[in-house]
Design a binder for this molecule. Structure first.
Ligand code: 4AD
Ligand code: MG
Length: 478
């Protein structure tokens, strides 16, 4: 382990004229003299200068892009204009050689697709190391926010027997021999003989279990991996993604919307305060990319301006019915430009509609609430009109839905009625309905898709590029 990191060295002048030892990866080696060394601690490299006349020629040959080296020497003021300080090397040890001819991460621009195929090495690039440092700091900011607000962190299970969010999109967890599974009399697979004595799956959400904890500990949140077996091959869907789900007793839908907005603004402010170098690097990357686009398709705001815009402005809050009216009367609907036309109240909103509202109509984050009951989950609190539920979705520019949440149905009779209506076996949810039998209360929560947040913060346009090793249909390499 490096006692002192490159980040420490570049961060202050307290290492000037001091001896240091650093291990890291060679980014480039120029003129047999200048090594750009990176140890992962920050975006910037440390320039290490060697005196090639006094170094073993065998070692010199092995200082190549991608190799790991350990250098010792003193930190001095740099003569070059690119950096203030540099390391004057007096010893260099080769820790791990690399073959520069075949090393995939050459010092040039690579396509994201190529880098996905080399996901094990892609964090050696500036772009991916910046994205992953931001990802790490965002998760810290999330924990810090909830800790400051008095929430408890609950570890909800990954393996679950409840299939509450919608059947048919879960991954089965089983130890049965798939070629020779035991069957019951009716010929179906006998899951009583499976590991858990029942059918189990990977969870799609920790919400139901978080509700149990909110109903005793008041304010809780989960932050863990969730799994969805939908075959959606889009730039915004993963089969394995991370979700943050706060759940709060005695909080209604209005409190839920306020909490979500405050929370998002906090974590965005956190990275602006703590990760400005990485953000600026990604901002410049995007500016370069923008230059390739025609003028009218370019973003009006730069990456950091966009984050500040969200922090400084109120989210627009509208009901589903208001959103419906806007969409029904908008130009792309009238000119039949939408793939799914909006004609009848109750229609589910597709991403083309969400994007219209956020990017064309309001140009800011939008919260839509009070959705038709028919298009939302069974556990959402029914309104007095009998046809809408206290659901809320938050839509972000360029991302679409980033948060989905609701006030939960706390009335036992209404919940049981709903469970029957959607055809779930009441017995399966015995513990969930118990929560309404023994000391029920108004409560609410939401789920934030972590990768969608990381996309928004980093400006990356494909969700596969904001998680270390993405899982998508037909893809579980690494
Ligand atoms: O809207 P969803 O499905 O809501 C729930 O699961 C609720 N149980 C949450 C709650 O109330 N506690 O998912 C929440 C968020 C979405 O808004 C989206 O950001 C993200 O999770 N998400 C996905 N992210 C990546 N890949 C996928 N396949 C995703 N599906 C949902
Ligand atoms: Mg949703």
């Amino acid at each position: 382990m490096n006692e002192v990191s490159i980040n420490d060295i570049l961060d202050s002048d307290k290492f000037l004229n001091k001896e240091v030892t650093i291990s890291g990866w060679v980014k480039t080696f120029r003129a047999n003299r200048f090594i750009a060394l990176n140890d992962g601690s920050c975006l910037n490299n440390l320039q290490c200068v060697i005196d090639f006349e006094n170094i073993d020629q065998e070692i010199l040959k092995k200082i190549t892009t991608g190799a790991t080296i350990n250098v010792s020497g003193s930190i001095i003021s740099s003569q070059g204009s690119q950096q203030n300080i540099e390391l004057k090397v007096n010893q260099c040890i080769i820790l791990g050689e690399s073959d520069p001819e075949v090393y995939p991460i050459q010092p040039k621009k690579h396509s994201f697709e190529f880098l996905r195929q080399n996901a094990h090495l892609r964090t050696r690039t500036n772009t991916f190391s910046a994205v992953m440092r931001l990802r790490s700091n965002l998760s810290f900011a999330i924990h810090e926010y909830f800790k400051n607000k008095g929430f408890y962190y609950v570890h909800t299970p990954i393996i679950t027997a409840s299939d509450a969010e919608g059947a048919g999109e879960q991954f089965r967890v089983s130890t049965l021999d798939i070629n020779n599974a035991p069957t019951s009399e009716n010929g179906e697979v006998d899951f009583n003989k499976d590991f858990f004595g029942k059918e189990t799956n990977l969870t799609v959400s920790g919400q139901l279990e978080a509700e149990a904890y909110a109903m005793s500990m008041g304010k809780v949140y989960t932050f863990g991996p969730t799994f969805r077996a939908e075959n959606s091959n889009t730039s915004r869907h993963l089969s394995e993604f991370w979700m943050i789900e706060p759940e709060v007793a005695f909080m209604d839908i209005n409190g839920n919307m306020k909490l979500a907005e405050d929370f998002l603004k906090y974590v965005l402010s956190y990275v602006i305060k703590n990760n400005i170098d990485d953000l600026k690097f990604l901002e410049n990357r995007l500016l370069d990319e923008e230059k390739q686009k025609p003028q009218n398709e370019r973003n009006e705001l730069s990456l950091i301006e966009k984050l500040n815009f969200v922090i400084e402005n109120d989210f627009k809050i509208i009901t589903y019915s208001e959103a419906f009216e806007i969409l029904r009367n908008c130009k792309p609907n009238k000119k039949k430009k939408f793939k799914y036309l909006i004609n009848d109240w109750g229609a589910d909103l597709q991403s083309e509609h969400e994007r219209y509202l956020v990017e064309k109509e309001f140009k800011c984050p939008v919260i839509i609430y009070n959705y038709p009951a028919k298009i939302k989950s069974f556990y959402m609190r029914l309104n007095d009109d009998g046809k809408t539920v206290r659901a809320m979705d938050i839509l972000f520019p360029g991302i679409g839905e980033i948060v989905g949440g609701s006030q939960r149905e706390e009335r036992l009779d209404v919940l049981l009625e709903k469970i029957k209506e959607v055809g779930i076996d009441e017995k399966e949810l015995w513990w969930y309905t118990d929560l309404r039998k023994f000391g029920s209360a108004v409560h609410s929560g939401f789920g934030l898709g972590f990768e969608r947040l990381v996309m928004f913060v980093t400006g990356m346009s494909n969700i596969r590029d904001v998680i270390p090793f993405p899982r998508t249909p037909q893809n579980a390499e690494f």
